[in-house]
Design a protein around this ligand. Structure first.
Ligand code: B1M
Length: 208
């Protein structure tokens, strides 16, 4: 089991080196990248979120924790990307307009790459038009959207509507902490995934 307490302490300190070291140590001890994420990095980041919500820490602390988490993800990325067979299916991903959260979206991207998809990551604060333009340019069959704010979730609806209005033959899969399967259904998205691992299976399912 990845040592969640140590990950938590390293995230609190914002120590990129310590997080990288802990991640590598867990891998060397035989943990899978998935296990390091699920029993180490993600629950540790969740605890940061709880302290943020309780006003015990503030945005600068969350930002340095997020930067340290990215350093850990950087260690996992090449290993995740190496696994499984390769496909040429392109997936466009991005965090919707007005939303700057990218940790979860980056995880989804890594898991998709690990599953052999070619990922075009549009980054954060992505307007509907940019998703559409990129899907056209890349001949992509699927767009994955992430939102972490209740206020930005509605951008998913706008994007789905604009895709349909254009008559674009592209499927949509959505996710992010405030998003639910019911919301996905309401806005006419083709799929919903609660976490990065299930984003891969949902996308495969939707593409069938
Ligand atoms: Co923000 N923030 N934040 N924040 N932040 C939350 C989301 C919040 C819940 C904190 C809280 O109050 N408890 C809250 C939202 C409340 C709400 O809307 N209901 C909040 C707020 C309010 C804000 C600001 C408005 C704060 C302010 O300025 N007053 C502001 C908004 C900025 C903006 O976006 N316009 C803000 C800013 C920030 C930081 C910049 C400081 C930083 C982001 C840094 C970064 O991403 N580079 C930040 C962070 C880090 C958080 C918390 C603490 C952690 C989010 C995170 O990365 N989690 C968060 C509290 C929390 O969630 N515990 C919070 C880890 C990540 C792995 O999980 O992203 O959920 P998550 O991804 C999961 C799944 O959701 C899923 O897979 C991932 C895991 O497997 N998933 C998908 C995600 N996308 C998917 C897409 C898919 C499928 C699955 O398909 C395509």
């Amino acid at each position: 089991m990845a040592d969640q307490e140590k990950f938590y302490e390293a995230l609190c300190e914002g120590s990129m080196d310590k997080v990288k070291e802990l991640t590598q140590k867990a891998l060397n001890a035989g943990e899978t990248p998935d296990k390091v994420l699920k029993s180490g990095l993600i629950p540790a980041m969740d605890r940061i979120g709880v302290r943020f919500r309780n006003n015990e820490i503030f945005i600068p602390e969350v930002l340095i924790a997020a930067r340290a988490m990215h350093a850990g993800l950087g260690v996992l990325k090449p290993i995740l990307a190496k696994s499984t067979t390769s496909t040429t299916t392109k997936v466009i991903i991005g965090t919707v307009k007005g939303d700057l959260h990218d940790i979860g979206k980056n995880l989804v991207g890594m898991m998709l790459e690990g599953a052999g998809f070619e990922v075009v990551d549009l980054g954060i604060d992505v307007p509907p038009e940019k998703f559409i333009q990129s899907a056209k340019e890349n001949g992509a069959k699927i767009i994955g959207m992430s939102a972490l704010l209740t206020t930005t979730m509605m951008q998913m609806k706008t994007t789905v509507e604009k895709i349909k209005a254009e008559g674009l033959k592209v499927k949509t899969v959505i996710g992010g902490a405030p998003v639910t399967a019911e919301f996905a259904k309401q806005i006419g998205a083709d799929g919903y995934a609660p976490d990065a691992a299930s984003a891969v299976s949902t996308i495969k399912e939707v593409l069938k």
